[in-house]
Design a binder for this molecule. Structure first.
Ligand SMILES: *Cc1c(COP(=O)(O)O)cnc(C)c1O
Length: 203
């Protein structure tokens, strides 16, 4: 069992995990889960939504906004004006809390607003319950600089929450002020590859 300090929410990232591991986590009392795809999350969670807090931690397409807002309690990946406008146009639905994702490493293939564009995006978010920032540090770089940058940006904008830290770096993230850590493999065990998952399901 993984322990996090008081004030740090452990999001158990259930994407691609076998059903028996998710059932075991529920039986053990885990109630906060993360998914990175709207469709996959709906299949896993729509029929047992009661008492579970669901976080969307993956990229959100504007054509999935309605489904995402109906399914998730918290969305971590607001990252562009078009998406913010789509969320506002739809109305918050079930979602009651939002994070803005910041591309701290300025990686072209990664979601998130560039740090320099954060002030404008936050203005666009006016009226939405945005309470924090989220980042995914670049692979192969020490994550601490990215966590520290995210914390500074959150302080500048008086946002109390920091969604940072995954299985490989969550201790560093907590040391630098994370309030939400997103743990997949450290919590459930390694995600099976697609082929092994198919075998396991008897397909
Ligand atoms: C998959 C995923 C995680 C969990 O990854 P692990 O390394 O298994 O802990 C965390 N955050 C995001 C955004 C993810 O997509």
């Amino acid at each position: 069992m993984i322990e996090t300090p008081p004030g740090v929410t452990l999001i158990a990232v259930s994407k691609q995990q076998p059903e028996e591991r998710v059932a075991a986590a529920l039986a053990a009392g885990q109630r906060v889960f993360g998914e990175n795809r709207v469709q996959e999350a709906a299949q896993r969670w729509a029929h047992r939504r009661e008492g579970v807090e669901l976080h969307l931690i993956g990229p959100l397409q504007t054509n999935k906004v309605r489904d995402a807002l109906a399914l998730f309690d918290v969305i971590h990946t607001l990252d562009r004006v078009k998406l913010v406008r789509a969320v506002k146009a739809q109305g918050p639905g079930r979602a009651r809390q939002f994070f803005v994702q910041v591309n701290t490493g300025q990686e072209p293939q990664k979601g998130g607003v560039a740090p320099g564009d954060l002030p404008d995006l936050l203005k666009e978010c006016a009226g939405l319950p945005v309470t924090g920032l989220m980042c995914i540090p670049p692979v192969g770089e020490p994550p601490e600089l990215h966590f520290a940058l995210l914390r500074t940006l959150a302080e500048v904008h008086a946002l109390p929450h920091l969604s940072m830290g995954m299985s490989g770096d969550y201790q560093a993230a907590i040391a630098l002020g994370a309030t939400h850590v997103r743990l997949g493999s450290a919590f459930f065990g390694p995600r099976p590859t697609a082929a092994r998952a198919l075998q396991a399901s008897g397909a």
